[in-house]
Design a protein around this ligand. Structure first.
Ligand code: SF4
Length: 239
């Protein structure tokens, strides 16, 4: 019986995948994105310990809400850091006919083939395309992300792509061109979404006594983010 650590759940999520979704925020992440909205998930040692079976039994009770195109999204933190628990959850969902999405930055423990073959949709967060920018934003080398992209392409799993647009960091046309060039090499991409940076997470850092490195940064201008989104759509032909 696989056990995992989860930070929290949301029973009626509307932004993490298609339809109405039960969102499971899992503990653990090896990245340290400057704008992370969930710093409470970073450590693998916090949160509640649950078995995959008990979690999926709980989710199943909400199934009527998910029947019309919704499902479950495993998010975090980084769900790929608890691969055995995640795989058992995905297996159980498939047995019960529940659609699954994996919301990930693609930086886990290395072998994702089983997970990807049991997952209906991957929502992949592209932190940055340029290796130096990636390192600066996340504190980690880009090679683990590149390896995940390779495996997700081999698996043929459907992809939604996302990037957070941060003022003064990546809100420029060069970034959009680099992003478009990467996306055009990828298969099975159904959707690409740019998300404007928001500073609402500051209070979490204060509560956790962590330093918030973007303390004085304003929210991303939503109109500019929309312009960049249109440019990306034109360059890639993907909605
Ligand atoms: S990958 Fe997600 S959870 Fe991990 S640090 Fe970055 S934003 Fe936070």
């Amino acid at each position: 019986m696989k056990k995992g650590r989860i930070s929290s759940v949301e029973s009626m999520g509307l932004v993490d995948g298609p339809g109405i979704r039960y969102v499971v925020f899992m503990q653990g992440c090896n990245l340290r994105c400057q704008y992370c909205h969930n710093p409470e998930t970073w450590t693998l040692l916090a949160g509640e310990t649950v078995t995959a079976k008990s979690l999926i039994a709980k989710i199943e009770r909400f199934k009527p809400y998910y029947q019309n195109g919704g499902g479950v999204t495993f998010s975090g933190g980084e769900p790929l850091l608890q691969p055995e628990f995640l795989l058992e959850c995905l297996r159980l969902c498939r047995e019960k006919g529940i659609h699954t999405a994996l919301d990930t930055a693609g930086v886990g423990l290395g072998d994702y083939h089983q997970i990807l073959s049991h997952c209906d949709l991957v929502i992949l967060d592209i932190k940055a395309v340029d290796p130096q920018e990636y390192q600066k934003l996340t504190g980690r080398d880009i090679s683990a992300f590149n390896d995940f992209v390779k495996q997700v392409q081999e698996s043929g799993t459907k992809l939604w792509l996302r990037q957070v647009i941060v003022p003064g960091m990546n809100d420029n046309e060069t970034n959009i061109q680099q992003l478009a060039a990467l996306i055009k090499q990828m298969k099975n991409v159904e959707r690409v979404e740019l998300l404007p940076y928001k500073s609402t997470c500051k209070v979490k850092y204060q509560n956790l006594r962590l330093n918030y490195r973007l303390d004085n940064l304003p929210d991303m201008d939503e109109k500019r983010c929309d312009q960049l989104q249109s440019m990306l759509r034109e360059l890639t032909g993907i909605k």
